[in-house]
Design a protein around this ligand. Structure first.
Ligand code: SF4
Length: 294
């Protein structure tokens, strides 16, 4: 048996016994699969487990999401963070409704041509909703592949390695099993090699140097807090307000020690949020006011 075949066997057998029963693994409905993928991109599974059924109850299809007001979708997204996703999802639903009659296209090329759908999401939907043999590489899968196949991942692009490592059958379970292993066992810091199903054949098992960190420039922010956090606080404050709020009042609610000189910075953040379709800025008697997008 080849090394790759042993890896397949070990991981797939472990997954068949240990897989968590998650609602998006009980469906092949394209809308439900896409929603779960978008939600899971930047939010912990536990939080998604709570919000996923709530959101589906309000918006069970592309059509219902496309018809909803932006403010309703942003409110329904409460607690998920990265609110841009709510706006992008609604825009995507509009495109699918108008261009494809409410049905998600099936080919990766068509999926990737849709707004907000990148290589990962296109392949995840293709595999999990339409049963295609497509590789899926998210952060977890990337890390697991780099550790179990270090030589291949040093020589080739990660997507090529993922394609090469895909078993001929069972692509769905293989992709899900890599994600599961990456999120529960082969975690970024202190991977749990002693309980890993491929511990005996993994070249990185028990190696201290395998901590996996993504490099990145420091995020822009203020007082050591990234702007992303302030953006989240602004949307959170506006969700509870049915009227527009003065920028100075909003500033005091979201920034501790907010002063008049901070207002240009705040307005820049607000303009960014407006460009992303999350808020509306109104200029009222030379004062800036803001509300959730309609
Ligand atoms: S043995 Fe350790 S490093 Fe290798 S895949 Fe398993 S958890 Fe990751």
């Amino acid at each position: 048996m080849t090394q790759l075949a042993k890896i397949h066997k070990g991981i797939l057998r472990w997954y068949s016994k240990e897989a968590r029963d998650l609602p998006w693994r009980r469906t092949h409905n394209p809308f439900r699969i896409l929603l779960s993928e978008v939600m899971l991109q930047q939010t912990q599974v536990q939080r998604v487990l709570q919000k996923y059924p709530e959101f589906l109850k309000k918006f069970p299809s592309f059509d219902s999401l496309a018809r909803a007001r932006a403010s309703s979708v942003i409110r329904a997204w409460r607690g998920m963070g990265y609110n841009n996703r709510a706006v992008r999802l609604r825009k995507l639903a509009g495109e699918i409704t108008h261009k494809y009659g409410g049905k998600l296209p099936r080919t990766i090329r068509e999926l990737e041509s849709l707004p907000g759908i990148g290589p990962y999401t296109a392949r995840a939907v293709s595999c999990f909703a339409f049963g295609q043999r497509a590789p899926v590489v998210d952060t977890n899968v990337h890390r697991v592949l780099r550790r179990i196949l270090p030589k291949e991942t040093q020589r080739r692009r990660i997507w090529d390695v993922a394609e090469w490592a895909l078993p001929r059958r069972n692509a769905y379970s293989w992709n899900q099993s890599l994600m599961e292993l990456g999120s529960r066992i082969c975690v970024a810091r202190n991977p749990k090699c002693p309980v890993c199903p491929v511990e005996k054949i993994c070249p990185s098992a028990f190696k201290k140097h395998i901590a996996f960190r993504r490099n990145g420039a420091a995020e822009p922010g203020r007082n050591g807090i990234p702007n992303r956090i302030y953006r989240g606080r602004i949307v959170e404050t506006l969700r509870d307000s049915r009227r527009s709020v003065k920028a100075s009042v909003l500033g005091r609610r979201v920034v501790s020690g907010f002063r008049e000189k901070d207002e240009p910075w705040l307005v820049r953040l607000l303009k960014g949020l407006e460009r992303d379709g999350l808020v509306r800025i109104h200029n009222h008697r030379k004062k800036t006011e803001v509300s959730l997008a309609r």
